[in-house]
Design a protein around this ligand. Sequence first.
Ligand code: SF4
Length: 412
Amino acid sequence: MHSENSSESADEPPSQPSLNSLKEFHSAGRGFWADVPDSDWEDWHWQLKHRITTVEQLQRLMPTLTPEEFAGATLANHKLALAITPYFFNLIDPTDENCPIRWQVIPRVEETHTAAWEMSDPCGEDSHSPVPGLVHRYPDRVLFLVTDRCASYCRYCTRSRLVSNASGYDFHPQFDKQIEYIRNTPTIRDVLLSGGDPLLFSDEKLDHLLSKLRAIPHVEFLRIGTRIPIFLPQRITEKFCAMLKKYHPLFISIHSNHPRELTTEVRDALGRLADAGIPLGNQSVLLRNVNDDPTVMKAQMQKLLMCRVKPYYLYQCDLIAGSSHLRSSVRTGLEIMEQLRGHTTGYGVPQYVIDAPGGGGKVPINPDYVLSRENGRVVIRNYEGKIFEYPEAEDGTPLVDAPNEIEEPELV
Ligand code: SF4
């Protein structure tokens, strides 16, 4: 985790930031780009054009690059490209090797180690693809992949086989065929645009695509999955939000993992989307050394609510090749969920899921709150570990006689 006290000796464990300090909103600032005019800095095209994409740029801006990072950045363009927007780069603490932002976007040599159980397509998307760029895994909804490009690249990306095209996947969506498949499949009522990042498209291109999908009578619901509000909040302009408003019901799922990503710039961008009437959800990935800590996760969830975003999913990190160094355990994920449920607002508690390896879909993972179902009662425990009973016959029918009293509630 990020340490705020760089003077601690190597023998002492680093002090953890408090919940309240993690929840403070700060600007990402200008960092190395202090001389850039506001009109450039706030222009999303300028940000894209000036991304950090080479090991030489990275080394120049961050002389504290570790040998693991240097080797990772040197090899990145053969696996998953290196790209970081100047805005997001400013969130990295160059003095902290364990900076949670750094671990998400700076390649490490560990990415070249593939464990026996890791895969290039851990969610089995390619085997559920009726036409290029479309994944039809659940009966009533499809994943519509629009591009293989992102504003910055996350080192644990589930679709690292295709995004950035560093490993030669040669992704070519065919919008006409994708739309035709949806038009000819009346069971599809929900279309999720993803990628890569759909918000890299121009307003006009996205407008055109959304209008085609909205014209299909059985498509009830449109969704966009994007990390642009986090990597490139400058892209969320008033004009863009006004365009999106034409396509309600339209939901947006953002992707944010650590409270430091929720800056004043991000809060304002999310506010513009919310003001356009777009319901916002967040997907976080449980990542070792980034957010596998109950205080960090609680701050993240509470801060998302302050940004008008409902925490939606917490993902166990997929078994993507080269991600072992970032994977936390299911046990840790369950402990974090225990620390959220009942301890903070219910709206701030995401559903923890494992995307079942090989294409089984999302499986909800919950701590055990039901202790038994027998003797005319369901025995449950609450967030404090106190035991309660709910009277119900084992077959679910209403009880005729009251069950025998159980002993005094106790702590488990
Ligand atoms: S923004 Fe999404 S698609 Fe792009 S690299 Fe990150 S996780 Fe992958």
